[in-house]
Write a protein that binds this ligand. Structure first.
Ligand code: ZN
Length: 165
């Protein structure tokens, strides 16, 4: 049995009590959250987001540059008007450099990715500030959109605010 088989079983149970089939496409709370893909971080649970409430855009590190394409679609086509960037403690992005990852990829896959930026960071708070600043300075994000940055603590479950722009 694969994980996919397990997921299909779980979904069958989920769908028996499903009652959200009539929700509109635009998020009800008009907000997009950019969060890390870390398995310990469930943005919806952590932030009290229900089905239909928000766009949750996830990638390694919750990096804004990586999420920009989705944010433009979220805002221009689906009406979101606020952004929250959510990074977290003990993030995998704190554990490697571009050079180390390039060496691993070269060794494992025989592919040269030297010079490619996988957006790792060595200062967690600064990574949040950098991502909020990146979005604030992007011509693709309207100036009246509130942008906040925060850190989720994987040990306590608490979110603490880092910056608002
Ligand atoms: Zn992470």
């Amino acid at each position: 049995m694969t994980r996919f088989d397990e997921f299909l079983q779980a979904n069958a149970a989920f769908a028996t009590s499903f009652v959200h089939g009539d929700l509109p496409m635009p998020p009800a709370r008009k907000v997009a959250v950019v969060a890390c893909m870390d398995a310990r971080l469930h943005p919806e649970k952590v932030l009290g987001i229900e089905i239909g409430d928000a766009h949750v855009i996830r990638n390694a590190g919750g990096r804004a540059q990586d999420a920009l394409r989705s944010l433009v679609i979220s805002q221009q086509l689906l009406g979101t008007k606020e952004i929250v960037v959510l990074h977290h403690t003990d993030c995998g992005m704190l554990t490697f450099t571009n050079e180390q990852l390039a060496a691993k990829v070269a060794s494992n896959l025989g592919v040269n990715i030297e010079g490619q930026d996988f957006l790792p960071f060595n200062d967690l708070e600064q990574s949040v500030r950098d991502d909020v600043a990146f979005l604030r300075n992007s011509p693709l994000i309207p100036k009246d959109v509130p942008i906040s940055g925060a850190i989720y603590d994987v040990r306590t479950g608490k979110v603490h605010e880092v910056v608002r722009a």
